[in-house]
Design a protein around this ligand. Structure first.
Ligand SMILES: Cc1ncc(COP(=O)(O)O)c(C=O)c1O
Length: 298
């Protein structure tokens, strides 16, 4: 929500604001479903896309780039899972430019994706890792995790950061307990298993309903992209909105991101029955709100 943070992300809600902060550049969104970078067989060519993005940044910057910030799965950006190898390649691009790589795990951290951190799916160590939302299970606790070297450099440069809640012992205690429970109750393994169940269920809905253009995600972080039909991939925000209203009426809260993508993030301790119940509700909603079947799949 701050000027610098907004300038570091693609954002739906910039209308009505002034210009964003100077000195920030964007890589193309790693959107496997819609990217125009394709191999001859139609698969997503993220390597060319990433190199092209850096080429543009190198041409536009004055050569003193500081850091690159990235989510392992873009959350509000539409639940885009980074392709395997992407973060490793990104780290290499950063190292070549003497930049730090910051991985933001506010949404993916603490087990949601089926590993403690989503970065654990890649053989890569970020220079800085940021955590928040699940860290104290809803209380306002966040963390910036880094090396002693970077920490010492911040100290040396006199960087200052504090808020009302800095060093708040109450939320810190809740954070400690949350970590204990996540590990003690194997919520990470549960997220992985229930996530498989969820994604399987969503893919089977996709086969049936033509308006589900794409299903993606990892663990208990899933996205469904609503389109006019899977062939044209034309967006249908009105239908997405109607579906969203209907889901809410049926008792399930699926948040719309980028107007056409449902981001689904059930609790990490969800039971098989709860996931099945959620999928049943989604099925009812798709049946009643979008009766057009996916004839190609049948
Ligand atoms: C990926 C990501 N990073 C950071 C934040 C900000 O988190 P907080 O409000 O806990 O600082 C959000 C919040 O929506 C987020 O989704």
């Amino acid at each position: 929500m701050t000027g610098h943070a907004q300038a570091a992300q693609y954002h739906d809600g910039r209308k009505g604001h002034g210009p964003t902060m100077p000195g920030q550049f964007m890589l193309p969104q790693p959107n496997a479903y819609r990217s125009i970078f394709r191999h001859a067989d139609g698969s997503y060519d993220w390597v060319s896309e990433l190199c092209y993005g850096w080429q543009l940044i190198d041409q536009a910057s004055c050569g003193s780039l500081a850091a690159c910030i990235v989510e392992c799965i873009q959350g509000d950006g539409g639940v885009h899972v980074l392709p395997e190898g992407y973060l490793k390649a990104l780290k290499r691009h950063c190292e070549l430019r003497n930049m730090l790589m910051i991985v933001d795990e506010a949404q993916t951290g603490l087990g949601r994706t089926g590993k403690l951190f989503a970065i654990d799916f890649e053989d890569t160590v970020p220079d800085i890792l940021t955590l928040s939302k699940p860290l104290a299970n809803g209380l306002p606790l966040s963390a910036v995790v880094t090396s002693a070297t970077i920490d010492a450099r911040c100290e040396e440069l006199g960087f200052l950061f504090f808020t009302t809640h800095t060093n708040d012992p109450l939320v810190a205690a809740v954070g400690e307990k949350t970590l204990e429970i996540v590990l003690r109750d194997n919520l990470i393994g549960n997220a992985s298993e229930r996530g498989d169940q969820l994604l399987r269920g969503l893919r089977s809905l996709q086969k049936r309903y033509a308006c589900i253009g794409d299903v993606r995600g990892r663990g208990l972080m899933a996205g469904i992209e609503i389109v006019d039909d899977p062939g044209s991939k034309a967006a249908n925000p009105e239908l997405a909105h109607r579906l969203s209203e209907s889901m809410w009426q049926h008792g399930i809260w699926c948040q719309l991101q980028s107007r056409t993508v449902f981001r689904i993030g059930p609790p990490l301790n969800s039971t098989p029955e709860q996931i099945a119940e959620g999928l049943d509700i989604l099925k009812d909603v798709f049946r009643s709100t979008s009766p057009r079947l996916n004839t190609e799949a049948e």
